[in-house]
Design a protein around this ligand. Structure first.
Ligand code: C2E
Ligand code: MG
Ligand code: MG
Length: 567
């Protein structure tokens, strides 16, 4: 590489330098073996890699194998060459176009042959960059760079096949710009085009990479996404509405825009692509007539569900302000000696006029809307304050576990928040445990490990909640600094009647022992459950058999008594 850049220094004339710097077309300079020497900014933008990333790398590393074989053969036979080349963009950098592989027309020119060192190659990407299908027809909208209708239809077909296999549904969103005619006629077509480009960019910024956003025609965009629940599509629709709420600066003026979104769901609103498209479009038109700037489902009951969800979100927001959340504590009992050695902190919502609302009815919405942050902070602080209060009172020490959702776990502030809660309450870290689930261990494994290590380094315990129900890779288990496994209650409740399930719990208990982890069985409801768990040498049990989750004062009474039952 060093040799190559020296050579480059020697050979590159100032005029070539100037061309690279000033060209609006994407240019790359390669050595005789097609290793990259220089890239100009349009080229780095096109492929998503920086110049440093590719310097010294073969150009073939960003080309599809077939296309590169073709290029290499043509160059060997003909020297200078012009033809099609399929660029593979940097993963996750496909940008607005959402196209990972992009076919383009390139020209290879041999320049400045040097003494004994072979030629340099100038790679010039001709300014025709269109996503093409197998038959060579264009699949990209020229104004916005988004996939066009043809590609969109194809992606819908793919989703309709793939989603059922993954146990998912499909949401089809038709997104129409409200009163676009006024913009186009009032400000002129050029301004209208610019507005559409900004809208396209904002839409693209607010969707997942796995979803396909397309410009269908005129002022109409389409979005197809695989979803686990219809709530997922509501979330995206709301995000889109929020993103478009900010006005667009155009020359010297600010333009406010809004969109109407119609949503149809596969399979409930139809099996066929055309039917789903029609339904989404009719919902969109209906929304437009209502004044726009909102979304609407095709099916009436979905609108009702979405409405309740929004109301619930507002109520949770208000409940946080009104301090309507309380923490209950469920004992964890050591099977050897029956002592209460731990407690799980479980949040409840004391909803005026309704009563005690269990977390399953509000945690998912809180998680989707970001309100979990407020609830999570409250539970964490409350649990630490409570734990340290019990320790100060000289009661039997209990380790308190606090549940952490995926977004809480991803929060870069998590460590700071936990440290603050410990500092403010005076609770020793050893008495705090965080419960996470297996699904949070997927993704950027190195980052997860370093976060878990930092938590462990503070002295806090980490348990895997609902173990056995999610994605569990046993090899990961040995890499993560975990202290506890909580066997999901589904296994416990099935183990008495199903010997195969009993084998599974036995295996998890054995696994924990082998990895030197503590093991907790959740959801033990009967004496039979407890007896079997004792036979299997399980450490700790949490379940209705011993106690339901209790308000703090009732839990404290147990700690004072020193045992669970007056027997
Ligand atoms: P989890 O963390 O798995 O909590 C255990 C759940 O099992 C609790 O439900 C508990 O009441 C219930 N349970 C315990 N023993 C038995 C039993 O013997 N039989 C049966 N049928 N159920 C039993 P809960 O309190 O309704 O909480 C449900 C879920 O909500 C929790 O599951 C947890 O994922 C979440 N959650 C609860 N509190 C919080 C919180 O403060 N923050 C977060 N992020 N999530 C929470
Ligand atoms: Mg839990
Ligand atoms: Mg659990």
């Amino acid at each position: 590489m060093q040799k190559a850049s020296k050579l480059f220094e020697m050979v590159l004339s100032s005029s070539l330098e100037m061309i690279l710097a000033s060209s609006r077309d994407a240019l790359a300079l390669c050595d005789a073996d097609f290793r990259v020497l220089r890239l100009n900014p349009p080229f780095t933008e096109l492929c998503g890699y920086g110049e440093d990333d590719l310097q010294g790398q073969p150009l073939a590393s960003i080309a599809s194998a077939e296309s590169w074989t073709e290029v290499a053969a043509a160059v060997a036979a003909e020297g200078d060459w012009q033809g099609q080349f399929e660029l593979i963009k940097r993963p996750g950098q496909q940008g607005l176009q959402q196209v990972r592989r992009q076919r383009m027309q390139i020209q290879l020119r041999r320049i400045a042959p040097t003494l004994g060192a072979g030629p340099l190659w100038l790679v010039w990407v001709l300014p025709i960059q269109l996503a093409l299908d197998e038959a060579g027809s264009i699949q990209q909208d020229q104004l916005t760079g988004l996939p066009n209708r043809a590609l969109f239809l194809d992606r819908i077909d793919q989703s309709l096949i793939a989603a059922p296999r993954a146990g998912k549904s499909v949401a089809l969103l038709m997104i129409g710009v409200d009163r676009f005619v006024l913009i186009n006629e009032g400000l002129g077509r050029a301004a209208g085009d610019q507005v559409l480009q900004v809208i396209a960019q904002r839409l693209a910024d607010n969707i997942r990479r796995s979803d396909t956003l397309a410009r269908l025609d005129g002022y109409m965009f389409g979005l197809v996404m695989q979803i686990a629940t219809t709530g997922d599509s509501v979330l995206v629709a709301e995000k889109i509405l929020r993103a478009l709420n900010q006005s667009i600066s155009l020359a010297s003026q600010q333009i406010s825009v809004s969109v109407s979104i119609g949503i149809s769901i596969f399979p409930s609103d139809g099996q066929a692509r055309e039917q789903l498209l029609q339904h989404a479009e009719s919902a969109m038109r209906h929304q437009k007539k209502q004044g726009g700037n909102h979304y609407q489902f095709f099916a009436a009951e979905m609108n009702q569900a979405a409405k309740s969800r929004i109301e619930l979100e507002q109520d949770i927001r208000q409940a946080l302000l009104n301090r309507e959340f309380v923490v209950y504590y469920q004992p964890k009992v050591c099977l050897e000696g029956n002592a209460v050695v731990g407690a799980e902190a479980l949040v409840r919502w004391q909803r005026p006029g309704v009563g005690l609302v269990p977390p399953g009815q509000f945690i998912p919405v809180a998680e989707e809307t970001g309100l979990i942050g407020g609830i999570g902070d409250f539970v964490l602080h409350q649990a630490c304050l409570q734990g340290s209060d019990w320790l100060r009172k000289g009661l039997n020490p209990v380790r308190i576990s606090v549940n952490v959702t995926a977004s809480q776990f991803r929060d870069p502030q998590l460590l700071q928040k936990v440290a603050d809660a410990l500092a403010e309450s005076g609770m020793p870290a050893d008495y705090l445990e965080l419960e996470i689930t297996e699904s949070m261990l997927i993704g950027d494994v190195e980052q997860v490990i370093s976060k878990l290590n930092a938590i462990r380094a503070m002295g806090i315990h980490i348990s895997i909640d609902d173990f056995g129900t999610g994605y569990s890779s046993l090899s990961y288990l040995s890499r993560f600094p975990i202290t506890t496994l909580k066997i999901d209650r589904a296994f416990i409740q099935d183990m008495v009647s199903n010997p195969r399930t009993a084998e599974i719990t036995q295996a998890i208990i054995g696994l924990s022992r082998g990895l030197d982890l503590e093991v907790v069985a959740e959801g033990a409801e009967s004496l039979e459950h407890v007896q079997l768990l004792r036979e299997q040498s399980c450490d700790l049990v949490q379940g209705f058999f011993y106690s339901r989750p209790l308000p703090a004062d009732e839990f404290e009474a147990i700690l004072r008594r020193g045992f669970l039952y007056d027997s």
